[in-house]
Write a protein that binds this ligand. Structure first.
Ligand code: ZN
Ligand code: ZN
Ligand code: FE
Length: 738
């Protein structure tokens, strides 16, 4: 018997070759009808013999194209229309926009083959792409994702491209950024003396890099600053020009084999590096490694990645060596997307660059991933992953916009049962960043037809996101920072019961108005109780001076100033400094109370490494990790006082006596043992969240102890443990407390 069915499919189904896939399935099962892109996804009407539908539906939902991700399929039966063919018809847009926007994707293997094939018409074409790869999010102005709504709308397809675009059986059928050397965007080389050329731009860039120049290259969601990773002088010049003293640079390699020449990577790391996302993966440098020490000073790990655009592939084919490739931006600001801004902001840093005239509408940085044992943990969710949507079971009528924290900003929305997270934005500390933050909100409003009826933000009154929220005239819910960290991980693992949430972090405002960041919470999705924390110490100079880590150590040891070892440390400060710090301590001048583990790492680094300042977030932890010795099994004493406060003064007095390697190892061992100690008291599932859990050594040690003691624990994996994961936790709080 003949029947006719309607399929309404939602999810990442546009711009990923879904319609051609449906077309070929329909042909296979001899179904007649049509398929088109709607504003909520893909709409199919299919008519044919009743018995083929079961297989058709199975394949439709299970053998989808590589980049597609179905959220829901709504199937209804309808009356017979007696179609005579199966067609892909024009997109129909209604008012409700519900389709997920696909992230940008790395060059696929078929395109790479064509790129290197002398007989292909796209041989060496630096912007080659197809439905399985290339830009998406970065070139979309509005949904639905059609060429007219993208930054490719200016380019008229040549007859050959048009034929491919219109052939349902072609890999480039409706590939919106389709182009070729005859009709596509043009790549040009610029030197900063004013000369421009479109002749062999990549060869010219390669030549400049080989000469030791600092260059820039337009990538997918923004520009990279690029120089030779084997040229120490070039790297030192880059550091000096960018005033970036020691923050590590990521390194781009031509192939996985090349990475293995310089780094020791695990099977899991190899798999992550080769995955379609092509993230930056933090891996161990080889003990003897030709890479310049100035790429990542004082740490034993570097961020490495593989080419993900055809331009990268062509450049590395010529150069055949590792390259520094770091986001082009002023520190903390969003990645630069246009050549005008590049020249304006970094004109005194770079000496040449390569650009093309396909505009980047939406910026995104490289995603960053770390593997801890078998757990892969996203430290930055961006290109290739974000925007990231989750279908939820929540049936809330509100349209919720969560604004995240202040540093490592990212936003999230809840709309029609979906939660969608934005790519990483940056630190909201400059006009540029706050503009990018607002732009991201507007992009999301536009893409998801979203008007917020409720805002969620952090309790900290001075966060730019909180200040922004208060100006909007929309109801606001405030969420405690560390609770939001835990909620985000609870959502990821679908945990609803009461857990022991351990939120260890840099900073965050506590309910008692002191700075928290060493929390043990008993909590569920509605409420939390702070059951244990670190004894507060005075943050001399206030939150604004946390780069001066020696002051934190001073403050902690000052409490024991009569101890001989502590006195030696305190006397190592100049008389004037000592006077100011003592005064601040004794008179409580600009000395807020703080109990954050991030700051304890700073104090430990100041004592163990005799370091006075840090220049980037997480530096103390990375430097201590580099000293960690697996053969040191001792730790410092765990003492919890009557007020459920952890006393750590003994640790710091111990560090003054122990040699650096031993002290760093004992400190990390103590923190891990402390978590086990508290977990054994409460006997609940343990949920770990907050920026401190980016520390791989601490996490490895903790996992080892938890597994040994059979304590069930959960980590943030697909959502970052740092503040870019906060917005998700804020949404979960709102959904459970309305
Ligand atoms: Zn491709
Ligand atoms: Zn063409
Ligand atoms: Fe945080």
């Amino acid at each position: 018997m003949k029947i006719c069915k309607i399929y309404e499919i939602e999810g990442v189904v546009q711009g990923v070759g879904f319609r051609p896939f449906v077309f070929s399935l329909a042909k296979k099962y001899n179904l007649k009808g049509f398929v088109f892109n709607s504003s909520s996804g893909v709409y199919i009407e299919a008519e044919g013999d009743e018995e083929v539908f079961e297989s058709f539906e199975f394949e439709l939902q299970n053998l989808t194209p590589p980049l597609a991700a179905i959220d829901t399929v709504n199937i209804t039966q309808t009356s017979l229309k007696n179609f005579d063919d199966f067609k892909i018809t024009k997109s129909v847009y209604s008012k409700v926009k519900n389709t997920s926007v696909s992230p940008d994707m790395s060059l696929c293997s078929e395109c790479e083959k064509e790129l290197k094939d002398k007989n292909n018409r796209r041989f060496g074409y630096p912007l080659i792409n197809c439905t399985n790869c290339g830009p998406r999010y970065s070139i979309i102005r509005t949904v639905p994702y059609d060429r007219i709504n993208s930054s490719m709308s200016w380019f008229k397809m040549c007859p050959k491209c048009e034929a491919e675009y219109n052939d349902p059986l072609n890999r480039r059928y409706h590939a919106q950024p389709i182009s070729c050397p005859d009709c596509g965007p043009v790549v040009k080389f610029y030197d900063l003396k004013g000369s421009v050329t479109k002749e062999n731009p990549i060869e010219k860039l390669a030549y400049a890099i080989n000469e030791g120049k600092i260059t820039a290259l337009k990538g997918m969601g923004g520009f990279h600053i690029i120089c030779d990773a084997l040229n120490e002088r070039a790297i030192l010049r880059l550091r000096e020009k960018k005033r970036r003293k020691s923050k590590p640079f990521a390194v781009l390699f031509a192939s996985i084999e090349m990475i293995k020449e310089y780094c020791d990577i695990t099977k899991e790391e190899e798999k992550a590096l080769l995955s379609q996302i092509r993230p930056i993966v933090l891996v161990k440098k080889k003990k003897v490694c030709a890479l310049s020490e100035s790429i990542a000073p004082n740490i034993n790990r570097i961020g490495v990645f593989l080419p993900y655009t055809p331009l990268h592939v062509l450049l590395l084919e010529i150069l055949k060596k590792p390259l520094i490739a770091t986001s082009a931006n002023i520190s903390g600001e969003p990645i630069i997307t246009s050549k005008e801004k590049l020249v304006k902001k970094l004109g005194d840093v770079i000496e040449a660059y390569v650009d093309f005239n396909r505009d980047i509408i939406n910026f995104s940085d490289d995603s960053v991933l770390q593997l801890v044992g078998k757990n892969s943990i996203f430290l930055r969710l961006s290109r290739g992953v974000a925007p990231k949507s989750f279908k939820t079971a929540y049936t809330c009528k509100e349209s919720i916009l969560a604004l995240g924290a202040h540093q490592k900003s990212a936003i999230a929305i809840f709309n029609n049962a979906n939660i969608t997270m934005s790519p990483f934005i940056g630190d909201l500390e400059s006009v540029e960043s706050i503009e990018a933050f607002e732009r991201s909100i507007n992009t999301f409003k536009n893409f998801y037809d979203f008007t917020p009826s409720l805002l969620v933000c952090d309790k900290h009154p001075n966060y730019a996101s909180t200040i922004w929220a208060k100006k909007q005239n929309i109801p606001i819910i405030f969420v405690q920072h560390h609770y939001a960290h835990i909620l985000s991980v609870m959502f990821e693992h679908d945990i609803k019961e009461e857990v022991l949430g351990i939120a260890w972090d840099g900073t965050g405002l506590g309910d008692d108005k002191t700075i928290w960041g060493g929390e043990f919470f008993l909590c569920d999705l509605k409420r939390y109780k702070r059951v244990c924390s670190f004894k507060p110490f005075k943050l001399l100079g206030g939150e604004g001076s946390i780069e001066n880590i020696d002051r934190i150590a001073f403050s902690i040891l000052y409490a024991e100033k009569d101890n001989a070892h502590a006195a030696v440390f305190l006397n190592s400060f100049s008389d004037e400094q000592k006077y100011l710090l003592e005064r601040s301590y004794e008179k409580d001048i600009n000395a807020p109370l703080c109990s954050s583990v991030g700051r304890l790492f700073d104090a430990a680094a100041a004592i163990i490494l005799k370091q006075k300042r840090v220049t980037y977030d997480g530096e103390s932890g990375l430097n201590l990790e580099a000293l960690y010795d697996k053969n040191v099994h001792e730790r410092y004493a765990i003492v919890i006082n009557k007020n459920n406060e952890i006393e750590y003064i003994y640790w710091f007095l111990g560090m003054l006596e122990d040699e650096p390697r031993v002290a760093a190892s004992k400190f990390i061992n103590t923190l891990a043992a402390l978590m086990v100690h508290v977990a054994q008291k409460y006997r609940k599932k343990v949920v770990l969240g907050g920026g401190v859990f980016q520390n791989r050594t601490l996490l490895e040690k903790t996992i080892e102890l938890f597994e040994k003691e059979r304590i069930e624990f959960f980590l943030s994996e697909n959502i970052s443990p740092n503040d870019s994961g906060i917005a998700l936790g804020q949404i979960i709080y709102a959904l459970n407390n309305l």
